[in-house]
Design a protein around this ligand. Structure first.
Ligand SMILES: *Cc1c(COP(=O)(O)O)cnc(C)c1O
Length: 401
């Protein structure tokens, strides 16, 4: 008898993704083909912000699919216009701004690289600064601004003119000069293990990029759309970047990404310089509108902040936990030993989905809708998983020989 794993190994590209065969979801839970239930605290990697099968999501998909799903970029739709205006309003950066709707975070970042090139065409600059530890996507452009060697090396040569610097104020001060066309940064590096930028980094980056005529481009694919308790993480820093990219939670699981530009940067693209067949289609746009409207009207940003604080307080003191990082419901739980992979696996066996972006970090990014029940279920399951792994670690001797 062949198993689903056999089918997957034979028919799918060999790129991983074999943890379970999931068949349905409801709220913060998913079920596999054997009807095993899991508490989903990864949320499709910071995507399922309303959990699974939320009525707002289901209604929006159904209604728009039954009305008008796809047109082409020769036409506009009310849903697309509403979403662009909504994103500008939520960004609170004033009237001067434009939005392009794409289908993923990577695509939004690709367009941001083209934005930097257009800016370079006007100014004669070409160096793009990126931060060590960054993740911006897997297509050739997005990969070029993602310094991680394991992702890049098999695909070199990548785009020229990109310089990776340490995510420190000193490295920024040292690297910034008039040859720099843009600085790309994530306010919190999600894939690196939920690593925030140093205090004051964004404010200083804004000053230095402005001073040298470079663009400040923020990748908020993971931190945007309310994930940190603010609509955009840059709002917490009190700065306005030249451009920001979003995706992941923006449509709660429907594929959609966006590039927002602010101020003069908004006039760099002109007809013929970019487009997308699916990008900004009425279906994806309508779902994003419904999701963002629900986050707003149901007060979910307040819930993100409150539940995030509860979770951070709750995990402190659990076995192996050495600290927490992140904001809102993007949380990195650091461990006292490099056993995050084991903790993830034991948690999975016990019915809890989390991930391990680094050897000593567990990441959680649950739905914005979680309440007391989900928080206590998480703390119980996660505590058990940690305790089980802790017993397998040899205890340190007090005085090394
Ligand atoms: C996930 C992610 C991306 C890539 O987005 P996709 O939708 O997978 O293309 C880019 N940047 C950051 C910060 C991300 O977390």
């Amino acid at each position: 008898m062949t198993t689903w794993q056999d089918d997957a190994s034979r028919d799918l590209m060999s790129l991983g993704g074999r943890l379970a065969l999931l068949t349905r979801g409801e709220g913060s839970h998913v079920w596999d083909a054997n009807d095993r239930r899991y508490l989903d605290f990864l949320g499709g990697i910071a995507v399922n912000c309303l959990g699974h099968a939320h009525p707002v999501f289901v209604d929006a998909v159904s209604k728009q699919a039954a009305t008008l799903a796809h047109i082409s970029n020769y036409f506009a739709s009310p849903a697309q216009l509403e979403l662009a205006a909504r994103l500008k309003r939520l960004a609170r950066t004033g009237d001067e701004g434009r939005v392009f709707l794409a289908n993923s975070g990577t695509e939004a970042n690709e367009m941001a690289i083209k934005l930097a090139r257009l800016h370079g065409g006007k100014t004669g600059k070409s160096t793009i600064l990126v931060l060590e530890g960054a993740f911006h996507g897997r297509t050739m452009g997005a990969l070029s601004i993602t310094p991680k060697a394991a992702y890049r090396e098999p695909f070199e040569p990548v785009l020229p003119g990109i310089r990776a610097i340490a995510p420190t104020l000193e490295a920024l001060e040292e690297a910034m000069d008039d040859s720099v066309v843009a600085l790309f940064a994530e306010p919190i590096q999600g894939e690196a293990g939920v690593v925030p930028l140093p205090d004051g980094y964004l404010a200083r980056a804004r000053e230095l990029t402005s001073q040298h005529g470079a663009l400040l481009v923020l990748d908020e694919v993971q931190t945007g759309s309310g994930r940190t308790g603010e609509w955009f993480a840059f709002q917490r820093a009190g700065i306005v970047p030249d451009a920001v990219t979003v995706a992941k939670s923006i449509a709660a699981g429907f594929p959609l990404g966006a590039l927002l530009t602010f101020g003069a940067t908004s006039d760099l693209f002109y007809p013929g310089t970019h487009n997308s067949t699916f990008g900004g289609n009425p279906l994806a746009s309508a779902v994003a509108n419904a999701v963002l409207d629900h986050i707003e009207t149901a007060g979910l940003l307040e819930n993100v902040t409150a539940r995030g604080a509860e979770l951070r307080a709750g995990v402190e003191g659990l076995p192996l936990v050495s600290g927490t990082r992140g904001e809102g419901l993007l949380i990195g739980i650091t461990l006292a030993a490099p056993v995050a992979g084991e903790v993830r696996a034991v948690a999975h066996e016990r019915g809890l989905i989390v991930n391990a972006p680094a050897d000593d970090v567990i990441r959680i990014a649950p739905a914005y809708t979680i309440g007391d029940d989900e928080v206590s279920e998480f703390l119980a399951l996660f505590g058990e998983a940690l305790a089980a792994v802790a017993t397998t670690i040899p205890t340190q001797t007090e005085t090394p020989a």
